[in-house]
Write a protein that binds this ligand. Structure first.
Ligand code: AKG
Ligand code: FE2
Length: 150
């Protein structure tokens, strides 16, 4: 199920005191993100926040938590955030979230990616449980995915 979200970050007179969008990982499979030229998006690399400089016409593709789970930890969902906007011009971004759909079968690592060398890193769970955890989780980065670790 795809969801499109438009974000609007107005000018912030005191950007050091707050953030535009707090650090998180996207819960779905993949996110396609179009940001404008104002900038402020950062991804976490090790312990450092790295700017994702705007490139005209380029899309940012984020790996989400469900893809990390289905790939049995081969792909990692990325922690990211948006700084408060110090420029007079508002910042606008558009995200398309490619999310799993509700289905009867459980979610978990693909069997093809599980072996005796690589045991399942996550347990199986239902879509309903995933959504319930998503809506009750803390705001910090990896609390959702860590809940489903085997
Ligand atoms: O506004 C941005 O550049 C990022 C938005 C985002 O991370 C999200 O909607 O999950
Ligand atoms: Fe995000």
């Amino acid at each position: 199920m795809r969801v499109m979200v438009g974000h609007y970050y107005p000018y912030c007179p005191q950007p050091d005191l707050t953030v535009g969008l707090t650090s998180h990982t996207d819960p779905g499979v993949i996110t396609l993100l179009l940001q404008d030229q104002v900038g402020g998006l950062q991804v976490k690399h090790g312990d450092e926040w790295v700017d994702v400089a705007p490139v005209p016409g380029a899309l940012v593709v984020n790996i989400g938590d469900i893809l990390q789970i289905m790939s049995n930890d081969e792909y990692k969902s990325v922690d990211h955030r948006v700084l408060a906007n110090p420029s007079q011009e508002p910042r606008v971004s558009i995200a398309v979230f490619c999310n799993p759909s509700n289905r009867e079968k459980d979610f978990g690592p693909f069997p093809e990616l599980v072996s005796s060398d690589k045991p399942p890193a996550f347990r199986e769970f239902t879509f309903k449980e995933y959504m319930r955890r998503f809506f009750t989780k803390e705001l910090d980065g990896k609390s959702l995915i860590n809940f489903f670790r085997a």
